[in-house]
Design a protein around this ligand. Structure first.
Ligand SMILES: [Zn+2]
Length: 330
């Protein structure tokens, strides 16, 4: 059986027929390690194909080109997916003594590799922005069976990813969304004690998925969140669990945090378009430190404007304020 698996993945790599050195973010030199096989960020975006579907967790030929070889960084070299910034298991823990974590989506270990890569990538990005104290610990991640839901368990400090439809952790945007919650709750312990704070939490998590995914999306509708996970839910195309570019204002609130979060994420999205990724993400993460656990949209927006002025000056602060004014928040 191991022999068969090796051949199957080799076929997938050949079918991709793209030299790895030419694929942005891919790891040149597949014999080197530690490395693993992932969807980056997911098959719908990677293949720019809205017709892909789950097919009951099968690895089928049309997906072959969606697999990418990536380098797995910060591992502790135990042979498990355990390292400086992530500690990942499922019902069993993926183990590869030689640190070549090559699985396909029908293997339960595949999502563990996805999660290890996505979490480590996000923490390394935070550190590249200068944040060395934001969730700076090995994040525990559990890939669960039996229910189709993913969440950040604040009591256990654990990310959990469900299965059913497309397995949630087969979509890196779902992983980055949940890690966004872990980031924010680390910065503001207990965050989410008001309806507004809950919506801001969901909005930031969607924005975080967007800002992590945009550089690897090839410009294919980056504002659409979880294009792959959503194929099981959404009948219209493009399939999106949510979007970060909807024209919603506070007047459109319905009291459901994921929906209402799209008001917040749109403001952050607009700031991102105006000020760029690095500046925006520095502002957004910095501003969280000032948030109250039961903040309001208006207070959190003002904290964000203030952080911008402190970091970059009045000009940029005016742009940020304008983005929140457009949402009816300020
Ligand atoms: Zn969420």
């Amino acid at each position: 059986m191991p022999r068969k698996r090796t051949l199957r993945i080799a076929a997938a790599l050949v079918a991709a027929s793209v030299p790895f050195a030419l694929v942005p973010g891919a790891y040149a030199g597949t014999k080197e390690r530690p490395s693993g096989l992932v969807f980056l960020p997911n098959p719908v975006v990677a293949l720019q194909d809205q017709d892909l579907d789950d097919q009951n967790d099968a690895d089928y030929p049309a997906l072959a080109g969606a697999y990418q070889v990536v380098r797995l960084r910060n591992l502790d070299h135990s042979g498990y997916l355990r390292g400086d910034w992530a500690d990942v298991c499922g019902t069993t823990c993926a183990f590869r003594k030689k640190e070549r974590f090559f699985y396909d989506r029908s293997d339960q270990e595949f999502e563990q590799v996805m999660a290890y890569y996505a979490v480590t990538k996000a923490q390394r990005y935070l550190r590249s922005l200068g944040f060395t104290d934001v969730n700076a610990e090995p994040q525990t991640v559990k890939i669960r069976a039996g229910f189709d839901n993913s969440f950040f368990d604040t009591v256990k400090d654990e990310l959990q990813f469900g299965k059913g439809g497309v397995d949630d952790a087969e979509d890196m945007e779902i992983i980055w969304h949940e890690y966004g919650h872990a980031i924010q709750v680390d910065q503001v312990p207990g965050f989410g004690e008001s309806q507004d704070a809950l919506a801001i939490g969901e909005g930031f998590a969607d924005y975080w998925a967007y800002t992590m995914s945009a550089p690897v999306s090839g410009g294919y509708d980056p504002a659409c969140i979880a294009d792959w996970d959503a194929v099981s839910y959404a009948s219209s195309e493009p399939h999106c669990l949510r979007r970060v570019d909807l024209d919603l204002t506070l007047a459109d609130r319905i009291g459901e945090s994921h929906h209402d979060g799209q008001i917040w994420s749109r403001a952050l999205y607009d700031i991102h378009q105006a000020l760029g990724r690095t500046m925006t993400d520095t502002i957004v993460i910095t501003s969280h430190f000032a948030f109250a656990v039961d903040t309001t949209f208006a207070d959190a927006a003002q904290d964000t404007v203030d952080a911008t002025r402190d970091l970059y000056g009045q000009n940029e602060a005016n742009i940020v304020a304008g983005a929140f004014e457009d949402r009816g928040i300020l």
